[in-house]
Design a protein around this ligand. Structure first.
Ligand code: FAD
Length: 325
């Protein structure tokens, strides 16, 4: 009998979240190496339209009920506990989002099952699952080894590539009856409070013009913004730029900022400290501009130029504008 990996899918405002595809991509990879079956669990109300997108799971089990319209930890946990009893998975992937964190802790307590939190890397080595967790805001990395039994791994959003989850295979989709006793749910959903960012979401922009301390002062950021405007990109930054208040925290890339994977990451005057690189190393194309030929950013850049970013920015903007004309 095939072994099972369970993945708890998440959705928000009618869309499956990125971390769902990231977990499914990783589950698929591990399933190929362990001859396992991947089952995605999906809970909600009127969510059937999302089920087809949950490839490359082998099977989707979904539950629809008005009590699942909004996220209630006990309801999600209750259904997941039922499915763990039914499917007997060896591995359960749940995101380290505010939804996943609530669910994974309840399940872990219920089954007295190991919960390996904040996973940023996961691979098999001699039939053992090796999990790297990022703790204390990235100050500490912890390696855990799973050699048998059941475990829950709580996956950090952005840790794996979502692209690998895109496949055209047909999946078995089954709707299951909602069997949670309503009087066992003691939590009531009040309202959904969204963070007031009011800013660009740099994790979703395909072109990032990213500035570091080498941009020298706040006024020069407008040079980067002008370039971003002509190529429909956005300006992001390293931590010192944000610490100085030149850009809001929503623009920070790195360990204590955002993890980004744009099509183009243009790093201007960024040295390439490990804490910064951690947040952008998976960008499709990295171009680094730095006056120091030994700057570590060149070690991970696909292309680099040892020139002054402040001279390059207006020239690049002008050249692109002419090209467009
Ligand atoms: P610097 O290291 O000072 O580099 C500036 C670069 O600009 C130099 O390489 C210089 O040669 C170049 N330069 C100067 N003038 C020019 C010019 N005119 N044209 C071209 N190049 C020029 N950092 C982050 O970015 N994100 C994080 O999330 C983050 N989290 C952290 C978490 C922890 C726990 C810790 C301890 C640190 C964290 N840091 C983070 C800080 C990180 O260690 C570095 O200090 C930071 O990334 C350096 O930023 P920088 O490259 O802009 O500045």
């Amino acid at each position: 009998m095939a072994k099972t990996i369970l993945v708890l899918a998440e959705h928000l405002k009618g869309k499956l979240t990125d971390v769902t595809f990231e977990m499914l991509g990783k589950a698929y990879e591990i399933s190929q190496q362990t001859d396992s079956k991947v089952i995605a669990l999906l809970y909600g109300n009127e969510i059937e339209n999302l089920t087809q997108q949950l490839n490359p799971a082998d099977e989707v089990l979904y539950f629809e009920h008005e009590l699942l319209t909004e996220f209630i930890p006990e309801t999600y946990a209750n259904l997941t506990i039922q499915q763990i009893n039914q499917q007997n998975p060896w591995l359960i992937l749940i995101s380290a989002s505010s939804i996943g964190l609530d669910v994974s802790s309840i399940i872990s307590a219920k089954f007295n099952m190991p919960l390996i939190s904040s996973c940023k890397e996961l691979h098999l080595e001699n039939d053992k699952l090796i999990i790297t967790s990022q703790l204390l805001g990235g100050k500490m990395l912890l390696e855990s080894e799973l050699s048998g039994g059941q475990a829950i791994v709580s996956v950090l959003p952005g840790a794996f590539r979502a692209e690998s989850a895109k496949s055209n295979k047909t999946i078995a989709i089954n709707k299951l009856p909602f069997t949670v006793a309503i009087d066992s749910i003691h939590t009531k959903f009040e309202r959904f409070i969204e963070p007031e960012t009011g800013d660009v979401d740099i994790t979703q922009v395909p072109v990032l013009i990213s500035v570091g301390r080498g941009i020298q002062n706040q006024d020069n950021i407008s040079l980067a913004q002008e370039l971003a405007d002509v190529i429909s990109g956005a300006v992001s930054a390293s931590r010192p730029v944000v610490d100085q208040g030149w850009l809001p925290a929503t623009r920070q890339v790195g360990r204590s900022g955002m993890t980004v994977k744009p099509k183009l990451y243009l790093a201007l005057g960024i040295s390439g400290a490990p804490e910064h690189v951690e947040g952008m190393k998976d960008s499709e194309l990295i171009v680094a501009i730095n006056t120091d030929p030994k700057a570590p950013i060149f070690n991970i850049a696909h292309y680099g130029a040892n020139i002054d970013a402040l001279e390059l920015l207006p020239l690049l903007k002008e050249t692109i504008e002419k090209g467009k004309g």
